[in-house]
Design a protein around this ligand. Structure first.
Ligand code: HEC
Length: 155
């Protein structure tokens, strides 16, 4: 009797330790674009070249009129760095410094998110109300720059 209670307790504790840690990565890496669109969306490429100038313009949008910074943070880490946890309900804003996530997404998938948002989360659509398509590609150049080690110098 007692040992089965302890067993159950132990399983619950182990489950709560291992569960979220494993689940979090999978939940983050799961594609956001619906299966019936993803093949086509993955063929979209960023028409804006990555230069110091275009990344800088993307940064201005990120901090300025597109207010991405309010959820994704100056450091791009979502709630990792300078945003208070618990400010938002639902899934956490993406950590743009996560290289595994960066590698898992094509530019087209990120653009699709800016057009459609991520349903059931605080990530809303930004095109066309807040960003033009061209501005969206610019801001994505900045988002991509969080994956590179030189990023520290730019922030
Ligand atoms: C109100 C808070 C909020 C704002 C403002 C916001 N985001 Fe997000 N963003 C989120 C959340 C929450 C997620 C995680 C959604 C999910 O898990 O599907 C997210 C996810 C993303 C993703 C990743 C989607 C994926 O495929 O994994 C990208 C790219 C992104 N945001 C870019 C931006 C950009 C660029 C801006 C500014 C134009 C912006 N976000 C503004 C909350 C926000």
């Amino acid at each position: 009797m007692r040992s089965s209670f302890l067993n159950a307790l132990l399983m619950t504790v182990i489950g709560s330790l291992a569960g979220p840690a494993l689940g979090a990565d999978e939940a983050v890496l799961r594609p956001r674009v619906p299966v019936d669109q993803i093949e086509q969306v993955r063929t979209w490429t960023n028409p804006i070249p990555a230069t110091d100038d275009t990344i800088e313009r993307g940064k201005k949008l990120f901090h300025g009129k597109a207010f991405c910074v309010t959820c994704h943070g100056k450091d791009g880490k979502g709630f990792g760095g300078d945003i208070e946890p618990g400010t938002l309900k639902g899934p956490l804003p993406r950590n743009f410094t996560d290289k595994e996530w960066q590698a898992a997404r094509t530019d087209g998938e990120l653009f699709w998110i800016l057009k459609n948002g991520s349903k059931g989360t605080a990530m809303a659509p930004f095109i066309p109300l807040i960003l033009t398509e061209e501005e969206a590609w610019q801001v994505l150049r900045y988002v991509r720059s969080f994956a590179t080690d030189e990023q520290g110098a730019r922030r």
